[in-house]
Design a protein around this ligand. Structure first.
Ligand code: UDP
Ligand code: MG
Length: 323
């Protein structure tokens, strides 16, 4: 086929401290690229401020294969930001986002490409199983999807990571969204377009350590809710109305009781219970309001989402602004 006519597929890999897997990843991707030569490929490795040898390995890989591109961010920004940086720099007609640790099998990409050719815009891989993850992680993730779904109106795909193929127009849509506390998993749903699900078995990490801990996951979960819905604020109002209604009825009861039976001195326990309970509710909802206020504060600063140190051999001086 004519080189010019071939479509370009970008494989976008966010990587943070992945020195142990990058070479393995390259071998798997190379095989894939060589077998599917009806496409041109670009592998964009985004180095998210790794502290190990990942960046050197990326440079070596580019040295031997020019299909490899790398983007070196100025520090560690987290996977969500590394992904938008990659989307800003990718050149492909479509983009496949894949983890560096080979938990997402690259062998699924030809199937995704097949559906892409059929006209789907967002082909996402849904996990059939989650080998190599603790039951606690599976359980919390399941509960979380339930809560998130109860709060938001847009449908968020269950058991789906960021492993997916996106058509150029989805990429442009995601690039247009410049919020700084990103919850990409929700954004994929939010942008819409034709979606197609394919099933796969998620492998255990090939080597190295997971970068997630419960602290980070809790933060991501709260971002997930606060970036898509203000319904916790609505709930605060509803619960507030309910509690004050109950309080009002109880007040009437006490007044009437005092009028009929006289002053009732013992009552310490009930007073304390009410004070503590209401105090707790007030603190929780102050926290909820604070979450949204904090979010508004962060977004109004309009800071660029990331800074780039190098794109391939070039030292980067341009700064992508929040436009
Ligand atoms: N990652 C990243 N920046 C970070 C943390 C993770 O770019 O700050 C990348 C990481 O290199 C990997 C992907 O995000 O390619 C998923 O991370 P990990 O495998 O640690 O998460 P898990 O699969 O355990 O959810
Ligand atoms: Mg992983």
């Amino acid at each position: 086929m004519d080189e010019e006519k071939k479509k370009l597929v970008t494989i976008l890999v966010p990587a943070y401290n992945e020195e142990e897997v990058l070479n393995m990843l390259y071998d798997r991707l190379k095989k894939l690229m060589d077998e599917n030569n009806e496409y041109n490929f670009e592998v964009l490795l985004v180095n998210d401020g790794s502290k190990d040898k990942s960046f050197q390995i990326m440079q070596e890989l580019r040295g031997k294969d020019k299909r490899i591109c790398y983007l070196n961010l100025s520090r560690n920004y987290g996977k969500e930001t590394a992904m938008i940086a990659g989307l800003d720099y990718c050149k492909g007609d479509c983009v496949v986002i894949i983890d560096a640790d080979l938990q997402d099998p690259p062998e699924l990409i030809p199937e995704m490409l097949k559906y892409w050719e059929e006209g789907y815009d967002d082909i996402y891989a849904k996990r059939k199983s989650r080998d190599g993850e603790t039951w606690l992680k599976k359980f919390t993730s399941k509960m979380y999807y339930k809560v998130l779904q109860a709060f938001t109106r847009i449908e968020i795909q269950k058991d789906t990571g960021d492993f997916r193929l996106l058509d150029r127009r989805c990429v442009e849509a995601l690039k247009a969204i410049r919020e700084s506390q990103r919850y990409t998993k929700g954004l994929f749903s939010w942008i819409g377009y034709n979606k197609k699900e394919i099933l796969y078995d998620r492998d255990p990490r090939a080597a190295g350590q997971t970068k997630w801990n419960y602290g980070k996951l809790i933060n991501l979960s709260i971002d997930g809710i606060t970036s898509f819905t203000t319904s916790p604020l609505r709930w605060a109002t509803i619960i507030g109305i309910f509690v004050s209604l109950v309080g009002f009825i109880y007040m009437l009861f006490i007044i009437i009781k005092t009028i009929i039976t006289g002053i009732d001195v013992p009552g310490y326990a009930s007073t304390m219970v009410v004070i503590l309970f209401l105090g707790g509710i007030q603190l929780i909802f102050l926290g909820v309001i604070g979450e949204y206020l904090g979010r508004a504060f962060n977004e109004t600063k309009h800071r660029p989402l990331y800074f780039v140190d190098r794109y391939n051999e070039e030292k980067e001086t341009n700064i992508k602004l929040n436009k």
